[in-house]
Design a protein around this ligand. Sequence first.
Ligand code: NAD
Ligand code: TYD
Length: 378
Amino acid sequence: MSKKILITGGAGFIGSHVVRLFVNKYPEYQIINLDKLTYAGNLANLKDIEDKPNYRFIRADISDLDEMRRIIRENQVTGIIHLAAESHVDRSIRDPFIFARTNVMGTLALLQAAREYWESLSEGYEGKLFYHISTDEVYGALELTDPQGVESPFTTVASSELHHLAFGREFFLEETRYNPHSPYSASKASSDHFVRAYHDTYGMPTIVTNCSNNYGPYQFPEKLIPLFINNIRHGKPLPVYGKGENVRDWLYVEDHARAIDTIFHNGKVADTYNIGGFNEWKNIDLIKVIIKTVDRLLGRPEGSSESLITYVTDRPGHDMRYAIDSRKLQRELGWEPSLQFEEGIEKTVRWYLDNQDWMDNVTSGDYLKYYDSMYADR
Ligand code: NAD
Ligand code: TYD
């Protein structure tokens, strides 16, 4: 039987890469992209595949249980890859309620609608999968120490300047206790628990994966890397929170999409996989790499835009360090990142500089007005 896969949040950053990969790689599957098109959803992210015969877009809100029931039943959905979420920590600090509504209640509505449909079929849950995409932020924060000599376990990625460094001895493992600090991570933690509860209580085949910070094309410019690339281009201040010492583990978004493909097809039901790059950077060091790259590509003296760095009040509850141990995924399913960080950053900066129209459209909000008129009846 051909797979009918519902991908939620497919008009967002990571979702658009997952949709593109599945539509191109699996012409025999039907891919349904379900997205509410909030400020973060943009169909321009999928222009290159929107006319493919195995692709369909539906505008809907995952918190609408009746809509989820109807869509899943009418499309005879066999698999769900769930990415739709409110995803920005700073917004969650300003308005936690929308994070609970979308990330918790929305995930619950989707789970319940899938459960009702799949349980109504004669074959039940056989051949079905609810795959929930989550974040390493549910584990809380790790301590920060001087760089440690930890070797990257990956063989495909030639070691880059900082690949062998870790800013502490501890890493997030699949067994690490949940300890979220921000309203965003608390809402994602809650949704992860609901997904596991649907497996344990109703026998629904589920998988949860927790990934580190993604970077690459089509990321909304409220997140560090696209925001800073755009500000450097326009000579605007670069707001560095606190001392810029927080550490994040960065993974190129297409490598995350490849991991999702591998896990969707070969992952063990009811299991959890951590996905990360063994690629830790202090914010300030990463920012300096971005500045150098943008300056060079714009023909400015390298590093001249460092004068734009502006230290601002720290984010409340700012997690110090995230670092994923993704060796289980490497060992069990053979996944490894394909890109060295320097290559990924170069590709990313080039993409944003070459796609200034996309950036202007997103920063002006024009695309939102367009969708609201196009879908006015919904
Ligand atoms: P994003 O904000 O770029 O995209 C989210 C998408 O979800 C948007 O298209 C938006 O329109 C849609 N959406 C929001 N509310 C909705 C609703 N109520 N109903 C239907 N659609 C809705 O986010 P992203 O960075 O692509 O993240 C995708 C997923 O991956 C999220 O679940 C996030 O928690 C997780 N994740 C992100 C990162 C990262 O670094 N960005 C890392 C690990 C995990
Ligand atoms: P962000 O891209 O928001 O991802 P997350 O908070 O989910 O890790 O931020 C990445 C890091 O950059 C984080 O430590 C916060 C910091 N940051 C700044 O210093 N200035 C900014 O303007 C932004 C958006 C983030």
